[in-house]
Design a protein around this ligand. Structure first.
Ligand SMILES: O=C(O)c1cc(C(=O)O)c2c(n1)C(=O)C(=O)c1cc(C(=O)O)[nH]c1-2
Length: 262
């Protein structure tokens, strides 16, 4: 029987094989990952202004900056040195092993390519409340859950490579001024699949009961909701209807952004 059909016939009480669990997780991503979000669709169609891309880069900086903190919370849950050795690579990927290197720094360079000042990005000023709540919910999920659920919540990375690869193509095509800032995404093309493969193997091995497998699936759904909610907040403030909450970033108001806003 084809795996998809077998999966369709299982219930929440059934213990899934590794292949069935994988198929379930892939189905969650296909249906719920943020590649389907209208803001990303607009981005890929070349419909976003420079100001909207600035708002996206500024707000996503909050997510990027929290990822190594999230991974440190997760590391602290494991008493297995081999696990910690593998997982700590993620913190290095984002923080670098010295000042001026790493993914967080590269994200700042992407934000600069949109025309934002480094100082305004790293100040965390002007981030949307919806983005703060969503990102903080990711940290809370990892902090307050089992190691299994925390690892499972990173499984959106199973889907990020394809999205990032498409995004890079579309940015080169529609927003060539971003090309100097694409190094962040270049790095993720290899890091994300490696990280996702490890996390998938971990949850497949450690979710030993049907209930634990359901927790893994639910964690991935929850993470998809967290990513979606960030883009909802950005879309609402900067695209439709365009209500920017008080105190949040206004395109064109920052000194270097003003001259470059389309
Ligand atoms: O640009 C994206 O669409 C995207 C998505 C995701 C993701 O799926 O969670 C991550 C990233 N980027 C990313 O850059 C990143 O470092 C990252 C870490 C994690 C995680 O959950 O540990 N997800 C993601």
């Amino acid at each position: 029987m084809a795996t998809e059909l077998a999966v369709a016939l299982t219930t929440e009480d059934d213990l899934l094989s590794r292949q069935e669990l994988r198929a379930r997780l892939l189905a969650v991503g296909e249906a719920r990952y943020h590649h389907r979000h209208p803001f990303h669709v607009r981005m890929h169609q070349g419909e976003l202004t420079r100001g909207q891309l600035q708002a996206w880069a500024l707000n996503r900086y909050y997510y990027q900056s929290r990822i190594p903190i999230k991974d440190a919370l997760l590391l602290a849950k494991s008493d297995d040195p081999a696990f910690r050795r593998t997982w700590r690579k993620r913190i290095l990927d984002h923080d670098g092993d010295q000042d001026g290197y790493g993914g967080v720094e590269k994200w700042i360079q992407l934000a600069e390519a949109t025309g934002l000042d480094r100082s305004s990005v790293i100040s965390y000023r002007g981030i949307l409340p919806g983005v703060i709540f969503a990102v903080d919910a990711y940290l809370a999920l990892v902090r307050d859950s089992s190691l299994l659920v925390a690892v499972a919540s990173s499984l959106t990375e199973l889907f990020s490579r394809d999205l990032i690869s498409l995004r890079m193509d579309k940015m080169r095509l529609h927003y060539p001024y971003l090309i100097p800032g694409l190094a962040y995404f270049e790095g993720r093309l290899t890091q994300a699949p490696e990280d996702a493969a490890f996390a998938l193997d971990y949850v497949s091995t450690h979710a030993r009961t049907a209930a634990e497998q359901q927790q893994v699936i639910r964690a991935l759904e929850r993470k998809c909701e967290i990513l979606w909610a960030q883009l909802d907040a950005i879309d609402y403030a900067y695209v439709e209807p365009g209500y920017i909450p008080p105190g949040c970033f206004v395109p064109g108001e920052s000194s270097s952004a003003a001259s470059k806003t389309r």
